[in-house]
Design a protein around this ligand. Structure first.
Ligand SMILES: Nc1ncnc2c1ncn2[C@@H]1O[C@H](COP(=O)(O)OP(=O)(O)O)[C@@H](O)[C@H]1O
Ligand SMILES: [Mg+2]
Length: 253
């Protein structure tokens, strides 16, 4: 699906991630290719969620750039920033939905805020997005009435509300039973196949990474930089020792 000659969707150039004086990761340079599933992997606390926050513009890098086409996410004007933000959907690690709203209302909210669609059109679009994630019948349910896996899928439906070309997912399968986690993996692959959505996914699930990721970006917590970027299968066989060790600890048999 990923056409090799296409310009990348996102380009991280020499990123340093820091909180005050504390550097979390440095010298991160990589592309997100159109149509790929890119997994960001590494030990707990290595900076995966922090990297995601930089890629979506919630946190400003201590050094380096995040480029969408020719636009630097952190130095473009507000109008360009608003346009860029419309191009990606985000599911945060908590996967939080607004608990006082039904699923339908959760998915319709971004449509009300950011599109000229009328209420009927919003309802129709939200139903379609929920159907995409297998929640056709859950439009009028509240988050508390759902299982963990259903909540994650609903959060993905909300992230898809504005038809983003790029989806950022932070640990989509954490806390799920193996069946629900596998279902989520299939959903991610289907989004890519049927909508052409590019996916950047933080994951601690090695099974999931092997199932869905075209490439794996490894953030090393000791070296505080990326030490590998390649297909998971390639890295499991020929990657740096610490990456192989990480992948084999939880790799599928
Ligand atoms: N708001 C914050 N202020 C200071 N340090 C933070 C903050 N958020 C995260 N950190 C630190 O940054 C590091 C990376 O965190 P995080 O990106 O959440 O890791 P991961 O998602 O890989 O588990 C951790 O050491 C964490 O303690
Ligand atoms: Mg995290």
């Amino acid at each position: 699906m990923a056409a090799g000659d296409d310009p990348p969707l996102v380009r991280a150039v020499g990123l340093t991630l820091a909180f005050g004086d504390e550097v979390i990761q440095r010298a991160l340079s990589f592309d997100v290719r159109r149509g790929e599933v890119l997994a960001i992997v590494g030990a707990s606390g290595c900076g995966k969620s922090t990297l995601l926050r930089h890629l979506i513009g919630l946190q400003t890098p201590a050094a380096g750039q995040v480029l969408y086409g020719e636009h630097d996410l952190h130095s473009c004007d507000d109008e360009v920033l608003a346009t860029l933000r419309r191009r990606f959907g985000v599911m945060f690690q908590s996967g939080a939905l607004w608990s006082s709203m039904t699923l339908g209302e959760n998915v319709m909210l971004p449509l009300r805020l950011f599109t000229p669609l009328n209420p009927d059109q919003r309802r129709q679009r939200a139903r379609w997005k929920l159907a995409l994630v297998g929640l056709d019948d859950a439009f009028d349910l509240e988050p508390s009435e759902l299982s963990g896996g259903m909540r994650k899928r609903a959060a993905i439906a909300r992230a898809l509300a504005l038809d983003p070309e790029l989806l950022y997912l932070d640990e989509p399968s954490s806390g799920l039973d193996p069946f629900s986690a596998a279902r989520l993996d299939r959903l991610i692959l289907n989004l890519r196949r049927h909508l052409g959505t590019t996916v950047v996914m933080v994951s601690h699930s090695i099974d999931s990474v092997f199932a869905v990721a075209d490439r794996l970006l490894f953030l090393d917590d000791l070296e505080k930089t990326m030490t590998a970027l390649d297909a998971p299968q390639t890295l499991a066989a020929h990657g740096p020792a610490r990456v192989r060790e990480f992948l084999h600890r939880g790799a599928p048999a």
